[in-house]
Design a protein around this ligand. Sequence first.
Ligand code: C5P
Length: 313
Amino acid sequence: PEPEAEPIRPLSGLPGPIRVRVPAKINLHLAVGPLRDDGFHELTTVYQAISLYDQLTAEPAPALELAVTGEGADDVPLDGSNLAARAVYALAEATGRSPNVRLTMRKGIPVAGGMAGGSADAAAALVACDALWGTGLTRDELAETAAELGSDVPFALYGGTALGTGHGEVLSPVLARTQRHWVIALADGGLSTPTVFAELDRLRGTGRPPPRTAGHDALLRALRDSESAPLAKVITNDLQPAAISLRPALRRTLAAGVESGALGGAVSGSGPTCVFLAEDREHAIRVAAGLAGLGVCRTVRTAHGPVPGARVI
Ligand code: C5P
């Protein structure tokens, strides 16, 4: 037999670009507690990572450089305030490396959409730089740096389905074996997360505060059920009334999802994206077509979850 060919190696010996794929998150349960002294609200949430992705590439460069393409790219800051840039600086600092990398991000996750797109890019940057620099940190070690960058960054590292406490950054895995099928209604323009939390505080200070989400036991039970209808009934989000108060048109989007046959739906995180649960893939495609026809959102996607967190591809 022919001898096996030698694998082709790069001649330069320099590491090639590292490419990382990272998912969006949705919140199946989001109970917001009191505002703490550090400016965050105590919260209990159940995250699920879904198959709507950003792709980030990292390669050596003379200085830290950022480029963004795709969905809403023009709204992403390209300076040091970019969460992925902050992730590079934080990891470089923690591991004694130089932050001189070029990051290229291709957005598939809506910007300022309540799906943790910025957090996803930060998680992807951590995974990419760890691989590029050969620092060999574990996911748990990367999560320590991630937690300092933002509430949702640790979850974007792990993906799957997880319970988040603290301000969202303290995670424990949740049993959720059934693949769920989601329909995502993307809105025109974003909503600022701090503004939505502040609106919730304002509404809670009025004579008619919005009802508060109860415990998450029913949701965890529904996630263990292979049927999706029971799950649809227990999806809750305390930020939803605040997002609707700032963007009343969301009421119509939510109603349109149900009119299109979805099992149920909610605003995703701080919005304005809305997510709807379907029975299966075919049902999701039908719901998406119905929703698109009603003209209540910029664009409609389907996705499934849970999916893994940020990974080198
Ligand atoms: O952690 P992250 O960067 O996503 O948070 C952005 C802002 O959202 C915070 O500065 C805070 O105003 C608000 N927030 C909050 N309580 C949380 C998470 C976020 O008030 N648990």
